[in-house]
Design a protein around this ligand. Structure first.
Ligand code: PLP
Length: 399
């Protein structure tokens, strides 16, 4: 059966990570994969997560199959985190949340739901977007198109062009929006821009499919949910794919959620049956451990507070790293003003360098970033920052 099978090319991000692991360069730096690292280059477990995990393990009495919607505590608390208590109460049975294996699982199920519900089965993603959006959405049966977003000249969002682009797309189509901390650019919309965007989506009857994978990494837990809450409060239908991987540091446990909002209780209940059916056709029901742990954490006010404090520390650290990188690069040369780095939000930003320069950083100095110039800011530590500044300055010919 398999005599004619050919290997597929490696995943652009995961493949690069493997090459990095084999690189023998003494000062090598990995800025590729979106995983938080502290100043020692470690990805520690949040202490609040560890405590919730211990309590779950000591009290767990069964390994019987879980309900398809996942841990009861998880699906009770995640909507409040995303939308706030008042809005959750207001939406009532118009909103349903289902636990998924990671944000990727949520994106997959959401895409399946759109694909079977929409006449066009088309979704529009920002240019650029997270590389894995394409295969994830396409393999769920959606046709993927792009709308204008980032402007390399402006080193930020070209909002006028984005709105122009969105006003051209056919009514009724789905639009993928990054809830916060846009991946890969780190360039987010301002609040007034979010307001204008949602107004346009309402006028043109566009379905927002919000991917929120970095809540708490940008401006704070509440602020990062601005777009998501605005859409949920204002529009009749919204799909939210959320990930707990980064915000709770539970990457390998695979925890996320899909939240569906429709015009009424009946439609939401029907949509949920399709989400369950799509899950049944692949993994049946979500794994318990990660979601069960987060459900416990969010159910305990003290643990929740401890987690929020830990998350806030990480957020502030990333802001500081960005600022140090920008200051360091500006001090090392005076040809390019790197202050723009401070405008990006979350784990990622674009360095604004060419593909050739990216490849040179990799081959000559063992510094790995994506070919589009995206770096994971958390990959820079106090220790490797001077190396990073020196090598960057050399490669872009500024010293
Ligand atoms: C924008 C975006 N959405 C979704 C995900 C999926 O996250 P998960 O690891 O929870 O599947 C990621 C992960 O990198 C991401 O960057």
């Amino acid at each position: 059966m398999f005599e004619n099978i050919n290997s597929l090319p490696a995943d652009p991000i995961l493949g690069l990570n493997s090459v990095f692991n084999q690189d023998r360069h003494p000062d090598k730096i990995n800025l590729t994969v979106g995983v938080y690292q502290d100043s020692n280059g470690a990805t520690p477990i949040f202490s609040a997560v560890k405590k919730a995990e211990r309590s779950l393990l000591s009290e767990q009495e069964s390994k019987a199959y879980l309900h398809q919607s996942g841990s009861a505590k998880f699906v009770k608390h995640i909507p409040s985190l995303l939308l706030g208590d008042d809005l959750v109460q207001q939406l009532d049975a118009r909103l349903e949340t289902v636990m998924t294996p990671g944000g990727s699982g949520a994106l997959h199920l959401g895409a399946k739901l759109v694909s079977m519900s929409s006449r066009s089965a088309r979704i529009w993603v920002s240019d650029p977007t997270w590389g894995n959006h394409y295969p994830l959405l396409q393999s769920s049966g959606l046709h993927v198109e792009t709308y204008s977003y980032y402007d390399a000249e402006l080193k930020g969002v070209n909002f006028a062009r984005m709105m122009e682009s969105l006003s051209q797309i056919p009514e009724g189509d789905a639009v993928l929006l990054h809830g916060c901390c846009h991946n890969p650019t780190g360039a987010d919309l301002t609040k007034p821009q979010c307001d204008e965007l949602i107004e346009l989506m309402s006028k043109r009857n566009l379905l927002p499919f919000i991917d929120i994978a970095y809540q708490g990494f940008g401006k704070g837990l509440e602020e990062d949910a601005y777009l998501t809450r605005l859409a949920a409060r204002t529009l009749p239908e919204v799909i939210i794919a959320s990930s707990c991987s980064k915000s709770f540091g539970v990457y390998r446990e695979r925890v996320g959620a899909i939240s569906i909002i429709t015009e009424n209780e009946k439609q939401t209940a029907a949509a949920q049956t399709h989400v369950f059916s799509a899950a049944r056709c692949s993994y049946s029901m979500p794994p318990y451990h990660g979601g069960g742990t987060i459900g416990r954490l969010l159910d305990d006010e003290n643990l929740k507070l401890e987690w929020q404090t830990e998350l806030e520390k990480i957020r502030c650290e990333m802001i500081e790293t960005r600022s140090e990188l920008s200051k360091g690069l500006n001090a090392a040369q005076n040809k390019v003003d790197f202050s723009f780095l401070n405008n990006s939000s979350g784990m990622f930003c674009y360095l604004g360098i060419s593909r050739e320069q990216v490849l040179k950083l990799r081959s000559e100095y063992g510094i790995y970033l994506l070919e589009n110039g995206r770096i994971n800011v958390a990959g820079i530590s106090k220790k490797n920052l001077p190396v990073m500044i020196d090598r960057m300055s050399r490669v872009i010919g500024l010293t």
